[in-house]
Design a protein around this ligand. Structure first.
Ligand SMILES: *Cc1c(COP(=O)(O)O)cnc(C)c1O
Length: 376
């Protein structure tokens, strides 16, 4: 028997305390009991999202909230600027195109971050852009984008900024209101330490104006319906009751630690992970690495898929490979959510053993020694 360790950039491990809360009796959602939970969760979410604006909850994976941000802010034929530096940036573009929104693409070389100056230029050169879409952490490449810099450029125009912080929330700094970010979308199975199944969206007043005029057809994912229900501390449809109850517990843990402290913990673990893989002679893929996940180039002569498979099947540690054109070229170790030093130490130790079995020359213990040096 080996302990199961989830070092993937979603799903992430769920704390025992939160699991126990979700095992409790299911309560009815149209009751004073659930209303208390919803009110508490709404207030706590605002703190974690660093906003005074409402944060709406949807029963979907993260992509659902991405879709909410397209179908509720835009109309057919509208123009959106989409930062595409990997799978998730591309997904925003695909959702826009699925609903007849014209995409002005800002394509970034994989592994690099968006340049706010380019956003400024694209907004100037393409009149009438209503919404700018960017990821905070582009999970597929391990890159963190300069959202503060991007927000500064977007806030100076009539456009609204939507940030995909599904994996970045609570790992990378995101001062939503302070930086002028209009909409933040996230999901439950990453930094929020819950199982998959919930998505979130915060909405500024500037963005709410677009909700009033949007004419893309929608029903279940209507923000108008959500705004109306939340004003009465209610939800339009049956919420995912047990996940929301679990969320209340997870948010308590997060606020007890403090949002800034959580980001600092992620920064510390990410920095140590990067140093450890470099100590093993490996190269990082991301130029601007995120605190959520470390993307590592597969060394020459080693089968990238075998690294992920051996880690999972023999070491019981789930890491992620590369997606699409990065398949076999990178592997990704997440340090996201319910994580501490010993999760990283175990993962790097296993990685050393796996790499050495695959014929990569590695001095056993070198990565772990680096971690101990940095984390002591
Ligand atoms: C995980 C993730 C998503 C959402 O994926 P789902 O599978 O729909 O939960 C979106 N964006 C980013 C950056 C992600 O990491």
């Amino acid at each position: 028997m080996k302990k199961y360790r989830l070092m993937s950039p979603g799903p992430t491990p769920v704390p025992e305390k939160v699991l126990l809360k979700m095992a409790d009796t299911i309560i009815h959602h149209r009751t004073p009991q659930f209303q208390v939970v919803l009110k508490e969760v709404s207030e706590k979410l605002k703190k974690v999202f660093c906003t005074a604006n409402p944060v709406f909850i949807f029963a979907s994976s993260g992509t659902g909230a991405m879709e909410v941000s397209v179908v509720n802010l835009l109309s057919k034929g509208d123009k959106a600027l989409v930062v595409r530096g990997g799978k998730f940036g591309e997904r925003f573009g695909e959702i826009c195109q699925a609903y007849g929104v014209e995409v002005v693409a800002y394509d970034i070389e994989s592994g690099k971050a968006a340049d706010p100056a380019m956003i400024k230029k694209l907004l100037k050169d393409n009149k009438g852009i209503k919404v700018v879409y960017s990821t905070l952490c582009e999970t597929s490449t391990g890159v963190v984008n300069d959202i503060k810099g991007i927000a500064k450029e977007v806030a100076a125009t009539d456009a609204v900024l939507v940030v995909d912080a599904v994996s970045g929330l609570s790992a990378d700094e995101l001062k939503t209101d302070e930086w002028g970010v209009d909409v933040v979308v996230s999901g439950s199975q990453k930094g929020l330490m819950l199982p998959p199944g919930l998505s979130f969206l915060s909405l500024s007043k500037k963005a709410e104006k677009l909700v009033e005029t949007s004419n893309i057809p929608k029903y279940y994912f209507s923000l108008k319906a959500a705004i109306k229900a939340y004003a009465k501390n209610d939800t339009p449809w049956t919420p995912a009751v047990s996940l929301v109850i679990g969320l209340n517990g997870a948010l308590d843990m997060m606020l007890q630690e403090g949002v800034d402290n959580i980001v600092a913990r992620h920064a510390r673990l990410a920095k140590a992970t990067r140093a450890a893989v470099k100590a093993l002679g490996l190269e990082l893929f991301a130029v601007n690495p995120s605190n959520a996940v470390t993307a590592v180039k597969v060394p020459q002569g080693v089968d990238g898929g075998a690294i992920v498979k051996k880690m999972r099947d023999e070491q019981s540690i789930t890491i992620a490979g590369g997606q699409s054109e990065l398949k076999g070229k990178i592997f990704r170790v997440a340090h996201l959510g319910y994580m501490d030093e010993y999760d990283i130490i175990a993962s790097i130790a296993a990685l050393e053993m796996v790499l050495s079995q695959l014929g990569y020359k590695v001095e056993l213990g070198k990565g772990v020694a680096k971690l101990e040096e940095l984390l002591k």
